[in-house]
Design a protein around this ligand. Structure first.
Ligand code: SAM
Length: 278
C-alpha cells in the first residue's frame, strides 16, 4: 500500500493526540485493507466515514469508492487532511460532531450508502443506535469498535454477551465479525482489543411487530435486571398481572425463563400478545 505513512504524517505536522476524542490512529496496513475489503467498496458506492484522523483509512476508501464524505470533529486535523488528500477529487470533508450531522441531507438521493469507520470508542454505542434507529438508507456499517462491544452486538441468545444491544442491532442487521485487532496496530495504543464488525442492513426488520416501541420496552425491562425471571422483570402499565401471564401463555413462553434466553422472534411474539391484550 503506497503512501501508508500515519506515523510520518503525525510527525510532519507535529500533531498532538487528544485522548478524550478517542484518537487511536491505525498504523497497520493489513487492517486498513481488511476494513475496505470487509465493506466491499466499489465505484458505485457513497461512503460516509466518521473520524478520518490523518486520513489513513480515507485514502484507501477514496481509491475504491465513487464518493467519500468524511466527518471529523477535531479542527486541527482538517488542514492536514486537505493537504494530504489533495490529489483526490471525490472527497468531501465535514468539520462537525458525527452525532449532530444531518445524515438525511448528507445522503440526499444517493442509493449505495455505506458507513465505514474506525470509531472513537466513546462514540460507539450512541452512533450505532442513532444510525440504525433513525432509519437512514445505509446498506452497511463496517466499523472498528472495542472487542467487547463487537461481541455483544454479535451474540446469540443464551450467553453472557447477549442483551439489548445485540437485539437492537440484530433487529435491523445481519452481523459478521471481520477480524480481531490488537493494540499494537494503533498509535497511541489503546488499552483494549478491538474488532472490525460488519453490520449489513436487512431490507426490512428481522421481525414484524405491531408496536416497535413496545418491543424495545419489553427487551429493556427483560435485561435491566438480568438475574430476574421474565415474570418479575417484564412490566406493562396497561396490563394486569393476570393478563400479562396470559400474554406469556399465548406466546408459548414460560415466564420463569430469563430474558437472555429469548430469541428476537420470541420477544416479538410476546410483544404482539401483550399488545393484543392491552
Ligand atoms: N480513521 C483514523 C484511523 O483509522 O487512523 C482515525 C480513527 S480514531 C479511532 C477516531 C477519530 O474520530 C479521530 O480522528 C477523532 O478526532 C474523531 N472523532 C472523535 N469524536 C468525533 C465526533 N464526535 N465526530 C466526528 N469525529 C470524531
Amino acid at each position: 500500500m503506497e503512501n501508508f505513512n500515519t506515523k510520518d504524517i503525525v510527525k510532519k505536522y507535529g500533531f498532538k493526540f487528544t485522548k478524550s476524542l478517542g484518537q487511536n490512529f491505525l498504523v497497520d496496513e493489513s487492517i486498513v485493507k481488511d476494513i475496505v475489503e470487509g465493506a466491499e467498496i466499489g465505484p458505485e458506492d457513497f461512503v460516509i466515514e466518521i473520524g478520518p484522523g490523518v486520513g489513513t483509512l480515507t485514502r484507501e476508501l477514496l481509491k475504491k469508492a465513487g464518493r467519500v464524505c468524511s466527518i471529523e470533529l477535531d479542527s486541527e486535523l482538517i488542514p492536514i487532511l486537505k493537504e494530504e488528500l489533495r490529489d483526490f477529487d471525490n472527497l468531501e470533508l465535514i468539520n462537525e460532531d458525527a452525532l449532530k450531522v444531518d445524515y438525511r441531507e448528507l445522503i440526499g438521493e444517493e442509493k449505495n450508502v455505506k458507513l465505514v469507520a474506525n470509531l472513537p470508542y466513546y462514540l460507539t454505542t450512541p452512533i450505532i443506535v442513532k444510525l440504525l434507529t433513525e432509519d437512514y438508507s445505509f446498506k452497511s456499517l463496517t466499523i472498528m469498535i472495542q472487542k467487547e462491544v463487537a461481541e455483544r452486538i454479535n451474540a446469540a441468545p443464551g450467553g453472557k454477551d447477549y442483551g439489548s444491544l445485540s437485539l437492537l442491532v440484530q433487529y435491523y442487521c445481519n452481523t459478521k465479525i471481520v477480524r480481531k485487532v490488537t493494540p499494537e496496530c494503533f498509535i497511541p495504543q489503546p488499552k483494549v482489543d478491538s474488532m472490525v464488525i460488519s453490520l449489513e442492513k436487512l431490507p426490512s426488520p428481522r421481525v414484524n411487530v405491531k408496536d416497535k416501541k413496545l418491543l424495545f420496552e419489553i427487551i429493556r425491562d427483560s435485561f435491566n435486571m438480568r438475574r430476574k425471571t421474565l415474570s418479575n422483570a417484564v412490566k406493562n402499565s396497561k396490563l394486569s398481572k393476570e393478563n400479562l401471564m396470559k400474554a406469556f401463555e399465548m406466546a408459548g413462553i414460560n415466564p420463569q425463563r430469563r430474558g437472555e434466553t429469548l430469541s428476537i422472534e420470541e420477544f416479538a411474539e410476546l410483544s404482539d400478545k401483550i399488545k393484543e391484550l392491552q
